[in-house]
Design a protein. Structure first.
Length: 227
């Protein structure tokens, strides 16, 4: 039986406002036997959370910068587009999923949103706030990551070293209480997190874009966690 999972989506205003999701997410989830149900960020948070009663899990996708007001910071000069309404809806969805003990897979912006929602902070612009030889913000960039042995991410991917794509100019700065880092880039940037409590609901968050790498193991692991 195909299992339906809630998937967050961005908004685009190109003549007419639209709800948008890169099709690579759809293909990756479908290959894992899952059916994505888009939850638009234009909904009232309570209405959006109602969708969780009809699904097996939640996917937090990539997109805009998280509003720095969420973690008490002033906007950086290189802050890119934000969508405070999306932040509000996705934090409500995350809280609702955790309350229902639904598995959560968080990707790129998703890992940042999870960290902020649980009390952490972000680098608003890596090139100026954490300069390194790794061009995290370049769309064509690839770099290595180290995965913590024995972690949920390790058990899901089956590797302790990995090569990932990159196209983010923000990343976790201060890790939220209740989370542990499970993957790091060679410059120390956190690339993966999960709950510190092993009895917590399944949650894997990564900074890269596995949907564009045809990285089936991560989506199979998410599907397997759905029961």
């Amino acid at each position: 039986m195909n299992r339906v999972v809630a998937v967050t989506a961005t908004r685009r205003s190109e003549g007419r406002e639209r709800v948008a999701l890169n099709v690579s997410y759809v293909h990756a989830l479908a290959k894992a036997g899952l059916v994505p149900l888009l939850v638009p960020s234009v909904l009232e948070p309570a209405r959006a959370v109602e969708a969780l009663d009809a699904v097996w899990g939640l996917v937090l996708t990539g997109g805009e910068d998280v509003d720095p007001a969420r973690y008490g910071a002033a906007p950086h000069p290189r802050l890119e587009q934000t969508d405070p309404a999306r932040d509000t809806v996705e934090i409500a969805l995350l809280e609702g999923a955790r309350a229902r003990r639904l598995p959560v897979l968080a990707i790129c912006r998703g890992i940042q949103l999870v960290n902020v929602a649980l009390g952490g902070t972000l680098y608003q612009d890596l090139p100026t706030e954490h300069p390194s030889a790794i061009p995290h913000h370049e769309k064509a960039a690839r770099h290595g990551v180290r995965v913590e042995s024995g972690s949920l991410l390790h058990r899901t991917l089956g590797v302790t070293s990995h090569t990932v794509n990159s196209r983010h100019h923000q990343a976790i700065r201060t890790l939220a209480p209740g989370l542990v880092a499970t993957a790091w880039a060679e410059d120390g940037i956190i690339e993966g997190v999960e709950p510190a409590d092993p009895s917590a609901p399944w949650l894997v968050a990564v900074q890269w874009h596995p949907e564009d790498l045809d990285e089936a193991a991560l989506f199979r692991g998410f599907a397997g966690a759905l029961g």
